[in-house]
Ligand binder design. Structure first.
Ligand SMILES: NC(=O)c1ccc[n+]([C@@H]2O[C@H](COP(=O)([O-])OP(=O)(O)OC[C@H]3O[C@@H](n4cnc5c(N)ncnc54)[C@H](O)[C@@H]3O)[C@@H](O)[C@H]2O)c1
Ligand SMILES: [Zn+2]
Ligand SMILES: [Zn+2]
Length: 345
């Protein structure tokens, strides 16, 4: 483990530098992973835009949507061995706070997100706490496995929605997360309609076999009412992060519908509480994932339950990370961009 490795550092001002560095040896309870692929997430784009400089600084290796192979294990680690294909659930919790004590470690009051609050996966060797690992089946493609983290977000959202087979679902926002929520909801038996305003993303959603509505052209609530015999949606996922999306979520919701707030809104949106009263709606907050969501995400990706090849629109080597961020920032067609961090089959 003494050979120098390549690592991509965020240096501020929309800039990454790829540099040689010494890999961090695994300490007690830690595991070093040879990283195969790492996806670029919306949060990583926020870092690139400088919106998170105070949190991440200018010496940070970011990245958390990864796949890789265990390279070495530290003292006391007997849950995985070198050669095991793995993904990391990039959350570290304090174990002391009220959320942790209640068993909700994924929403720890002092939650540390690996790849933002500590170094992440845009480096050839990544060293993490062993408790964050999930083992992968040996025959799972490593590029597909890099989708497991966002698929786990979708699994958490759909699980908290308590979706039952045959229920009518509206996903507002067909970006990478919305598309994956739609796929997982369909996998769970939901009748899914995706609302999206970007024509390229509408086309991707249609290629994946989804019914779509462009709310800039069609009255979404009227369309959902027409499709459901005026019942409205049973489950709504707000994944657009916009005020029009929040307006739509209550407009399409039927009696006692469950609305899951997936998006992280930059501003406090206005919410139509009248609809909550008239229809006895429920609003469910959903943040990242729990271990069982990861296990479900692994099973879904391994079984082909998400069309990974359609969602992954670009793959670039680590040496081209700067160009990959620039392209994703401006491309109207990109959905999920992956960085090929190392040569792992
Ligand atoms: N809950 C969590 O733990 C969690 C995890 C990951 C991401 N997120 C959040 O989920 C959201 C979605 O992530 P993403 O990466 O897919 O983002 P994205 O910005 O790529 O996708 C949002 C999509 O909504 C569409 N949109 C905009 N206005 C719309 C409207 N009025 N109606 C319908 N669609 C509209 C956009 O065209 C875009 O395709 C973000 O807010 C992100 O921060 C939350
Ligand atoms: Zn992410
Ligand atoms: Zn805690």
């Amino acid at each position: 483990m003494s050979d120098a490795i390549s690592a991509a550092y965020y240096r501020g001002d929309k800039t990454f530098t790829v540099e040689q560095t010494e890999p961090q040896a695994p300490g007690s309870g830690e595991v070093s992973i040879r990283v195969a692929y790492c996806g670029i997430c919306g949060t990583d784009m926020h870092v690139y835009h400088g919106n998170m400089d105070a949190r991440v600084g200018f010496e940070r290796v970011i990245g958390h949507e990864m796949s890789g192979v265990v390279e070495a294990v530290g003292e006391g680690v007997d849950t995985v061995a070198p050669g095991q294909k793995v993904v990391v659930r990039p959350l570290d919790h304090c174990g002391q706070c009220p959320a942790c004590r209640a068993g909700h470690t994924h929403i720890c009051h002092k939650l540390k997100f690996l790849g933002l609050d500590s170094d992440g996966a845009m480096q050839e060797i990544w060293t993490v706490p062993a408790h964050t690992l999930h083992a992968l089946p040996d025959d799972l493609r490593m590029d597909h496995a890099a989708l497991i983290e966002p698929v786990a977000v979708a699994c958490h959202d759909v699980r908290l929605s308590e979706l039952r087979p045959g229920e009518d679902v509206v996903v507002i926002g067909g970006g990478p997360i919305g598309i994956l929520v739609a796929m997982v909801a369909r996998d769970a038996g939901g009748e899914v309609v995706i609302s999206e305003v970007n024509p390229n993303r509408l086309a991707i959603a249609e290629n994946l076999g989804f019914d779509t509505v462009n709310p800039a052209r069609t009255d979404l609530a009227a369309e959902i009412n027409a499709r459901t015999g005026d019942k409205g949606a049973d489950v709504v996922f707000e994944v657009s992060g916009t005020q029009p999306g929040v307006d739509a979520m209550t407009a399409v919701a039927g009696t006692r519908a469950r609305i899951v707030m997936v998006a992280i809104h930059a501003q406090k949106p206005q919410i139509d509480l009248f609809q909550f009263f008239w229809r006895e709606l429920r609003l469910i907050g959903a943040r990242v994932y729990e271990p069982e969501d990861y296990e479900q995400a692994i099973a879904i990706v391994a079984s082909g339950g998400v069309d990974a090849d359609t969602v992954i629109t670009d793959v670039s080597p680590l040496s081209e990370i700067q160009a990959a961020f620039e392209a994703l920032d401006t491309s109207p067609t990109a959905m999920k961009s992956l960085i090929r961090v190392g040569e792992v089959a």
